[in-house]
Design a protein around this ligand. Sequence first.
Ligand code: PRX
Length: 661
Amino acid sequence: MSTTSIDSLQHEERRFPPSEEFAANAVASSGLYDEARADRLAFWAKQSRELLHWHKDFTQTLDWSNAPFAKWFADGELNVAYNCLDRHVLAGNGDRIAILWEGEPGDSRSISYAELTAEVKRAANLLTKLGIGKGDRVAIYLPMIPEAVVAMLAVARIGAVHSVIFGGFSAESIRSRVDDASAKLVITADGGWRKGKVSALKPAVDAALAKEGTHTVENVLVVKRGENDVDWVEGRDLWWHEAIADVDAEHEAEAFEAEHPLFILYTSGTTGKPKGILHTSGGYLTQTAFTHKNVFDLHPETDVYWCSADVGWITGHSYVVYGPLANGATQVLYEGTPDLPHPGRWWEIIQKYGVSIFYTAPTAIRSFMKLGREIPDAFDLTSLRVLGSVGEPINPEAWVWYREVIGGGKTPIVDTWWQTETGAIMVSALPGVTIAKPGSAQVALPGISIDVLDEAGNAVPVGGGGLLVVSEPWPSMLRGIWGDPERFKETYWEKFGTALFEKPKYFAGDGARLDEDGDIWLLGRVDDVMNVSGHRLSTAEIESALVSHPIVAESAVVGAADETTGQAVVAFVILRSDQSEMQTADEASALLRTHVSDQIGAIARPRQIFIVAELPKTRSGKIMRRLLQDVAEGRAIGDTTTLADTSVMQIISGQLGSTNG
Ligand code: PRX
């Protein structure tokens, strides 16, 4: 996307002061900044006690003595599911709707807090009956159906640990995640509705468990949703609806330590192997609840909230499941794609349920922009009062369109910066407080310390670019990488580590700029991680998928700017010498795009694959992705003097005039 067009500059300079409607919020929120500035730890302790029910109160807020391994509220005890369910029922809100579920084909279910609590209690009993206990890992591979939420909460309720695997991932991705976490149980569905048809899920689980690997899975619990035929492994597979029918309806939630693991979520890093990001209970729930309430100005008695993310990503964990349910919110959960059966489906859902808070990704906004405002204009969207953006930088044009067309020119927009690792929102405007600037994520939330540093660890001057750093530990921070403490230290803490500072600072992997008002502008990743439609993909992971195919000798992958998806995957591949003659470039490219999709999942499928004779390398053999990025984005090629063979780029660009790609 171009951020240098005249249009964009005009939008960038626009300012949107908060409207009167949010005046009360402004006072309350400014108080939060003051409190947090005065005593950060006291602030978080107070928030935690106000927002959550602690079975046993904590005496220490933070233990950072073993940095970078943090402990928050360590001697406190709570039950995460109890906080999201039972206590709302006990407070007299059992009839409040928790989930307004919309299936893609148009079926719907409305589930109250009392019903959701009852459902989770039974599911918890079922898990216990299947031998799942405290600390055991359960993999969840489900479509966006209420059972996904029930399954996650049931796992949390008994102190087990979930690892949700996005329904778009392949059998191989399931296998590696299930093995890495030694999961005992997989919860899946026959299939779910996606893009107008049933998309099967269970076959991918079957294929994953049939692969070679460490086999720790004892049972596969299958929710019936797609009604598609599935294979059955007797003794291993169980239908959810049958198994849950004869378990006890009562279940008392046991309290667990604040630092008890809650979930593992795999995300792409700079190597070929995804990292299992570990989150624990008390700190994670404190910050997801705090941010969900304050960033979106939530009033649970009256608001209808909708976050369009899938539960397979961190946004779905924190802002579909834990944050909203801890706050007793009423929310929409939608199974399908935005444009089925017609391109106004999302707006129709907002109109149908009177959605007041809507949280989505810039890629979705840009796709709607392309279709034209006539589509949303045909629906009544006046119920909306706060809009959110997440996952990637939002360009000012899209920001302004979102506010004008979807928000009717009146809603605040919160552009929220955070990561799988941070667990919850870290940088965002607050509605009613912040003068909004399209394109800037703006300011650190109360209780969060963000800096922009240069490579040497010095603060960058106003207007300067640098690296985004979190300087103090925060409650929902990752506690580690599953099974790999060394990688945890190396990836996030050593860049600005103990050699330079008394305590290490967290290196986020993002570039950022500070403007004259101290507002933060995110500039994208500084490592080999791409961001496609707000989803993180690793160049190394896709490269290793490519070279795992027998026709490939070498590959290099770059993220190229894309008008809609932010970035797109573009691959450069050298075929093995005996192969170049056997296939045309187009055939090889089609074959390899499918191969990547089978290896990782459809989201990783390259937009283009260029079959080339050489790759640009430095004398030490490192691929110069920057030059390939120039080619992929159609720019003049940058400085090639450090290449081992300076003619390589001419050969590649010459070749790209040809047909392949
Ligand atoms: O590069 C940043 C980008 O998304 C990365 C985190 O990806 P993931 O862990 O998959 O989590 C996405 C949902 C929270 C970050 O390192 N990113 C996320 N939000 C923003 C963003 N970039 C710019 N602006 C944002 N609001």
